[in-house]
Design a protein around this ligand. Structure first.
Ligand code: ADP
Ligand code: ASP
Ligand code: MG
Length: 419
């Protein structure tokens, strides 16, 4: 029997009517002859509420209990979806992660898949079950504890099941009708893409476009899963939405294919650090041990850089990290200073920054993208604080109050509204 994976995100299962609407989409595929694995998210807002309860009880919580609590949102939806399908006459049942079992690492809050044995679900399909409804976002560690995969993780559950069960396709149903050139909530000129290359989607996701969790794109790329993003609120068919696929399936791509943003960034600067071998290690070692995800890094050129061997040379170091990791970063740096491992005069924290990025595989073969990016921002009088680039992206850190303006300016500059 051909098999499809269909994933429904939080807004698509926000209440009983929406669950019924999603179930009707599942029924359509069953009627077409598919076995279906449905992956569900928690009802919209539920996971945030659960996280709030955990933090309200224990600010420096035990991550294992955090997972036990926040994984529960998906359990409710899975049961409700199975019940709704049964009401429609479709043989369906729900599965929590541990029942499959979805085996993961023990990294609570950001666990990774180790294996998804097919046996239990396959046996039920063989007995006539048509739909397996699986709770997304969760798994089971070797220590027999419930784990979660990180926010947005149900996308990754869906792709992992599509790979494990050789699904014909993995359809991600959400509240937009595909992947756009930028977040349609930020720019009314955003244009829906029919196709996007895995690598571009990977960059966009990791730079903040939350339409797909980064890890889901990584897995789809690795296992060659046909991944599609489409609307759960509209009539859809095989041609709807956006296909995330190999570069070879895309005839021609523009230099820049999308603009992403990340609102919750912070910038930390260490003033007057020593300019000698080993200093970067002394700074970023403790940050890494404290679990801080350092993103962009800039080290100023030393005043005395012309002379490699100049004792006493000093410089400044700036880096960015997610805003909710600032307290941890600050503590790690202050502790390292107190222990005499690093020296600095001043530590300045700026929590009013955002990152805006342009992404496109066409950048590999085209020059001038950086110049055009900076020109567009300059024309709006937006100051750039930090820049970082890779082969297919340019990111800038700017004041958060200009974030939306910057996204729109870059979208215009690269004429992304035009196909
Ligand atoms: P779900 O609950 O279905 O997982 P998410 O809220 O996680 O949905 O992701 C969908 C949202 O992603 C959209 O509502 C949109 O605001 C946002 N988004 C950000 N960037 C993009 C983009 N380039 N294309 C489409 N949506 C985007
Ligand atoms: N419910 C989880 C979250 O809100 C997982 C998901 O929806 O993908 O992050
Ligand atoms: Mg999501």
């Amino acid at each position: 029997m051909p098999l499809l994976v269909m994933k429904f995100g939080g807004t698509s299962v926000a209440d009983l009517d929406r669950i019924a609407n999603a179930a009707a989409k599942v029924k359509r595929e069953v009627d077409r002859g598919y076995d279906v694995i449905v992956i569900v998210s928690a009802m919209s807002g539920k996971t945030n509420e659960l996280v709030g309860w955990v933090e309200g009880t224990s600010p420096l919580y035990d991550a294992r209990e955090y997972d036990a609590v926040v994984a529960s949102g998906e359990n409710v939806t899975a049961g409700l979806m199975a019940l709704r399908l049964q009401e429609m006459g479709i043989p369906a049942r729900s599965w929590q992660g541990w029942q499959v079992p979805i085996n993961t690492t023990s990294a609570h809050g950001s666990a990774r898949f180790k294996s998804i044995p097919r046996e239990n679900i396959d046996t039920k399909f063989a007995e006539g079950m048509k739909v397996a409804v699986v709770a997304g976002f969760q798994g089971l560690s070797a220590e027999n504890r419930i784990t979660t995969l990180g926010r947005g993780g149900s996308d990754t559950t869906a792709v992992a099941f599509a790979a494990a069960f050789d699904a014909e396709r993995c359809d991600i149903y959400t509240d937009v009708d595909g992947v756009y050139t930028t977040d349609p909530r930020i720019s009314s000129k955003a244009r829906k893409l029919d196709k996007i290359a895995f690598e571009e989607m990977l960059e966009l996701a990791s730079l903040g476009a939350k339409v797909l969790q980064t890890r889901s794109v990584e897995l789809a790329m690795r296992f060659g899963v046909r991944l599609r993003v489409l609307s759960s609120f509209e009539e859809t068919d095989e041609t709807s939405g956006t296909l995330v696929c190999g570069e070879d399936e895309i005839m021609e791509s523009k230099v820049v294919s999308g603009v992403a943003y990340s609102r919750d960034e912070a910038k930390i600067t260490l003033f007057t650090i020593e300019d000698r071998p080993g200093v970067a290690q002394a700074i970023f070692g403790p940050l890494s041990e404290a679990g801080v995800n350092v993103d962009m890094i800039v080290q100023n050129i030393s005043e005395k850089d012309y002379d490699d061997n100049h004792p006493g040379a000093v410089t400044d170091m700036t880096f960015s990290c997610p805003i909710n990791q600032v307290a941890r970063a600050q503590k790690a740096l202050e502790d390292a200073k107190a222990a005499g491992k690093i020296k600095y005069d001043e530590l300045i924290i700026d929590t009013d920054v955002a990152k805006v990025s342009v992404v496109g595989i066409g950048m590999r073969s085209q020059v001038g993208v950086a110049a055009r990016t900076f020109e567009a921002l300059a024309a709006e009088n937006i100051n750039i604080k930090v820049i970082s680039t890779s082969e297919i992206k340019i990111s800038v850190l700017i004041d958060r109050k200009y974030m939306e303006l910057a996204v729109q300016a870059l979208h215009d500059a690269f004429e992304l509204e035009k196909a």
